[in-house]
Ligand binder design. Structure first.
Ligand SMILES: [Zn+2]
Length: 257
């Protein structure tokens, strides 16, 4: 039986630990201690580390973990992360036999130049997407272009609707506030706002989310909808010709929101 557990780190990071009864894989360990604590508590042996991009809040814990475990570190081929032993890129398969899991790599540039995500269809559709897609939002554009991040999100949106999205931050409530400003008449969004607020009060993660839900509520996945186009045009006071332009305006707007 596979378990996917969010180890909380820093203010709002999730380090996803995927494990069976004996072995575990850590995704984006920004810090060592809470991962070790979870492994010890559950008597787990770490068998691999997966990295989505080079930011320190996703990589800062690698050194401490590989001191204790002699294990492969998978990560983006196009970024300089010295601890990576197995650089991977689009369509590479990451075999994790100890937890009977195979993940396929997707190149998802935009937040950073070489950002990647890991997708597995079995035992259920799951995506570990780092800082590319968040619930009701998306990552900031630090190194790539709006067109790149838009294309990366389009690539993700081609996955099965039931895909569980394991992103690396709990940004949901802030993202909802912005989404409501962009898409105030969206009934599903307003319903989700209530559910997310309840989770927050119970101290429960709002993650994982599903691709189906995100397609219904996330303005960054809805740049072709008339209501979103209208809002982006009102905000930017210009005619927007295509979804990438709408996306770029939304991302700018969110930065200032
Ligand atoms: Zn980042």
């Amino acid at each position: 039986m596979l378990n996917i557990h969010p180890v909380h780190a820093f203010k709002d990071n999730y380090i996803w630990v995927v494990h069976n009864q004996n072995y575990a894989v850590a995704i984006d360990p920004g810090i060592t201690a809470p991962v070790i604590e979870y492994l010890q508590l559950n008597k787990l042996q770490l068998c691999a580390i997966l990295i989505t991009h080079h930011h320190n809040d996703h990589t800062g814990g690698i050194a401490g973990l590989i001191q204790r475990f002699d294990i492969p570190v998978y990560g983006p081929n196009n970024e300089l992360i010295t601890a990576i032993t197995n650089p991977v890129q689009q369509n590479d398969i990451v075999n994790l036999p100890d937890i009977s899991l195979n993940l396929t790599v997707l190149d998802t540039p935009g937040h950073t130049r070489g950002h990647i995500a890991y997708y597995g269809p079995d035992p259920w559709d799951m995506l570990f997407c780092g800082d590319t897609l968040f619930s009701c939002g998306c990552g900031r554009i630090f190194e790539g272009s709006a067109a790149q991040l838009y294309q990366s999100l389009q690539k993700i949106s081609q996955l099965p609707d039931a895909t569980l999205i394991y992103c690396a931050h709990e940004y949901t409530l802030g993202n909802i506030a912005f989404a409501k400003a962009v898409d105030p008449e969206n009934k599903k969004l307003n319903e989700f706002a209530i559910t997310a607020q309840e989770s927050h009060h119970k101290n429960m993660p709002t993650i994982p989310t599903t691709l189906a839900l995100e397609k219904a509520i996330n303005p960054f996945l809805r740049c072709e909808h008339q209501s979103i186009i209208n809002s982006a045009q009102n905000y930017s006071k210009q005619q927007l010709q295509n979804p990438v332009d709408v996306f770029a305006v939304l991302r700018e707007w969110k930065n200032k929101f």
